[in-house]
Structures are given as structure tokens and as C-alpha cells.
Write a protein that binds this ligand. Structure first.
Ligand SMILES: *Cc1c(COP(=O)(O)O)cnc(C)c1O
Length: 399
């Protein structure tokens, strides 16, 4: 007789045999540049805590006050009785910050992306998506009945080909969808070129800026600011779960009509609980810090350049760029194993980084993805580089 438990155990064994099991390391401290685990203290270089706001005292205080003033939970979706004035205020602030008319909050950016496409694009329409887009965009697009086109990562010749195909198919609305920053490489999408092409074809541009909002661009407003197209992007989605305090929540910011329609029709918005009051209050404070102060952004930039400079001097191969995601490459056949061994040896030295290999990244392109934070001190960055050097020495001596 068929036994689902046996069947699933076999699948789990396959995942384990392929070396793909994800093990969760339990922190016994708040999220920060320095964390505690059961194995001891570690310097953390793998969080999305770009601005170091995850345990920022002003944000913790704002969230604590909100528990007293606004209570713990909403126990309602937004349209029944789950909208406090601070939810509406956070939406206005997000819209202003990313340069859009309006914004709508979701429980996560995964939900924001999951709930947008089927509302705005149906069988008469075309969605043209970058091949390396985030899983939530891919899933959201699958929920829509629109025709789907895919272009090779950041390849503008291929994007043109797909735009031509959509036009030939007679699409009513066409949208080009891209991550602002590709998280495995730390590369920025060429949004200026994408906007030019979209304009030529009368297409909309949608950007998921989760790995950029708060710190990319002079004002931290995102990849569209960095690329000089702040007012040429039609739809911006993003998360509150990374640089902007790192708690949870996501949003879609766009023309007022888009946001208004999402409020009427978007399923993860209509059928899921409102974001908790303390998270809203903390996120408002995070946004205020990101919008009014340049200190954290400058610290983040300093740390990123120092890390790149010292690692290059030490002979490591880095992918080029300026984003605080810095991939340290371990190419070739043995790369996956070397990267994993180096990451383990670094953790023994109290530095927490993560190795990625196939199928998360292409075959032969294994890497350790380092993520800098404004909360790292110069010493922290130097300690991380030294741990890389020592771990590499240990691993190459042993092989
Ligand atoms: C992290 C991330 C998300 C998911 O955000 P959540 O708010 O955690 O659901 C979506 N898109 C991109 C590009 C991301 O990097």
C-alpha cells in the first residue's frame, strides 16, 4: 500500500544525498552584526540587514510604544476593521520615498508580487520577465492568464526580441518585470535601458527593489534612483524585511489607479491579516531613519569598498560591482566543495557566511555570498577578510 511518509522520506533522503539540505542555525540573540548561536558568538555577514536597523534602539522603542498605544494584533483584514491610521500613513510614506503616487501594504513582498499580476494582466496582455527574477515574481506571474515571455538576465537585445514578439501577438498591456538587484550576483538591473526600450514599445516597467530600497541611490530610494529613472518606472514592489528594519511586510507602489484596483481585487491583500501595529510603527521609524539620515548609507558604502579592496589584495576573485552583496567566487569543478569548506572553517573562526552552489547558482560558479551592513565596524570587516585568508589556507593545505 502506498505510504506517503515513506515516499516523502525518500525525497528527503535524495535532497540530503545531493548535499542540498538546508539546516537552520538557531540564534540566541537579536539579529545584528554580532550574533550568538548555540555554538558561540559570530560576526554575521549573511543577513539582509544592510542599514543595521534590525535591532536599532529607536526602532525597538517605536515598536514598543506602539504595543502600548495600538495593541498587539489587528485580528482583521484591512477592509473590514484592520486599518489603523498608521497603516495609511506608512503607505503614504512608502509611496513618497520610492517616488510613486500611492502604495499598498502586504504581509510580505512575496504576497505583494503574488497578488499583483492576476489583477492587472489578463489573457489579452503580455508579461516579459527577466530569467533571474525572484521566485515570488515567477509565482505571481504564473497566477495571471497573460502571455509570458522571458529574457536572458539583463540582456537588452533579448528583451527587445521579446517585446517584438509581444507586439506581434497583439498584446493590449505589456509589462517588463525585473528585480532591481539580482541577489546571487549583486548586479543592478539596467533600468535606464529597460525604460528606454519599454517606452519605445509602449510597455510598463515593474521593478522589485527588495535588495535596494533604503540604501541604493543617493537618497536610498532604490535602483531607479541610482539609474536616473526615478520617475520612469510604473510599479515598484519591495520588502520591509530587509534594509527597512527587517521585520516583515511588503508593498506595491505605483500610479493611484493601480493601487486602488489592487485594494479592490488583490487576493493576498483582501484575504490575509493586516500587518501588526508594532511592525507598522517600527517600519515607519525605519523609513524615517532611511529618508532623513545618510549616516547608515555612508557606513555601508565604506564597509563595502573596504571589504572589496582588502579581499582583492588578498587574491580572492570577486564579482565586480558596488552593491553590499559581494560574491566571493570559487570557480571550477571543485568550487562547490571548496566554498562549503571555507564557509565552515570561517564559522569555526566566528565569522558567519554562506556558500551557494548549483542549482542556486550555475554549475561551476560556486561562491560565498558576503553581505555587508552599516552595523559592521571597520574591525569587523578586517576580521572577516582575515578569516577568509586563514580559512582558505587551512582548506588548501588539507586538500
Ligand atoms: C526578499 C525578497 C522578496 C521577499 O520579500 P518578503 O517580504 O520576505 O516576502 C521578494 N523579492 C525579492 C527580489 C527579494 O529579494
Amino acid at each position: 500500500m502506498y505510504d506517503i511518509k515513506d515516499d516523502l522520506a525518500a525525497t528527503l533522503a535524495e535532497i540530503e544525498d545531493a548535499g542540498l539540505t538546508k539546516h537552520e542555525r538557531e540564534l540566541t540573540s537579536p539579529q545584528s552584526s554580532h550574533v550568538r548561536t548555540k555554538q558561540g558568538e559570530a560576526l554575521n555577514f549573511c543577513a539582509n540587514n544592510y542599514l543595521g536597523l534590525a535591532d536599532h534602539p529607536e526602532i525597538v522603542a517605536a515598536a514598543t510604544d506602539a504595543l502600548q498605544q495600538w495593541g498587539f494584533g489587528m485580528a482583521s483584514v484591512r477592509f473590514i476593521c484592520g486599518t489603523q491610521s498608521q497603516h495609511a500613513e506608512l503607505e503614504r510614506r512608502i509611496a513618497d520615498f520610492v517616488g510613486q503616487e500611492a502604495a499598498i501594504l502586504y504581509s510580505s513582498c512575496f504576497d505583494a508580487n503574488g497578488g499583483t499580476f492576476e489583477v492587472l494582466f489578463d489573457a489579452q496582455d503580455a508579461i516579459i520577465s527577466d530569467a533571474l527574477n525572484h521566485a515570488s515574481l515567477i509565482d505571481g506571474i504564473r497566477l495571471s492568464k497573460a502571455k509570458r515571455y522571458r529574457y536572458q538576465n539583463a540582456d537588452m537585445a533579448d528583451l527587445r526580441t521579446q517585446l517584438e514578439a509581444a507586439r506581434e501577438a497583439g498584446a493590449r498591456r505589456t509589462v517588463v518585470v525585473t528585480d532591481g538587484v539580482f541577489s546571487m550576483d549583486g548586479y543592478y538591473a539596467p533600468l535606464d535601458e529597460i525604460c528606454d526600450l519599454a517606452e519605445e514599445f509602449g510597455a510598463l516597467v515593474m521593478v522589485d527593489d527588495s535588495h535596494a530600497v533604503g540604501f541604493v541611490g543617493d537618497g536610498g530610494r532604490g535602483t531607479h534612483e541610482l539609474k536616473g529613472v526615478l520617475d520612469r518606472v510604473d510599479i515598484v514592489t519591495g520588502t520591509l524585511g530587509k534594509a527597512l528594519g527587517g521585520a516583515s511586510g511588503g508593498y506595491v507602489a505605483a500610479h493611484r489607479e493601480i493601487v486602488d484596483l489592487l485594494r479592490q481585487r488583490s487576493r493576498p491583500y483582501l484575504f490575509s491579516n493586516a500587518v501588526a501595529p508594532s511592525v507598522v510603527a517600527g517600519s515607519l521609524k525605519a523609513l524615517e531613519l532611511a529618508a532623513t539620515s545618510t549616516d547608515q548609507r555612508e557606513a555601508l558604502r565604506r564597509n563595502t569598498s573596504l571589504f572589496r579592496e582588502l579581499m582583492t589584495e588578498a587574491g580572492f576573485e570577486l564579482l565586480p560591482g558596488g552593491h553590499p552583496i559581494v560574491p566571493v567566487m570559487f570557480p571550477g569543478e571543485d568550487g562547490a566543495r571548496t566554498a562549503a569548506q571555507v564557509a565552515d572553517a570561517m564559522l569555526e573562526r566566528g565569522v558567519y557566511v554562506i556558500a551557494f552552489s548549483y542549482p542556486v547558482v550555475p554549475q561551476g560558479k560556486a561562491r560565498i555570498r558576503v553581505q555587508l551592513s552599516a552595523a559592521h565596524s571597520e574591525d569587523d570587516v578586517r576580521t572577516c577578510v582575515q578569516a577568509f585568508v586563514d580559512a582558505r589556507d587551512e582548506v588548501t593545505a588539507g586538500s
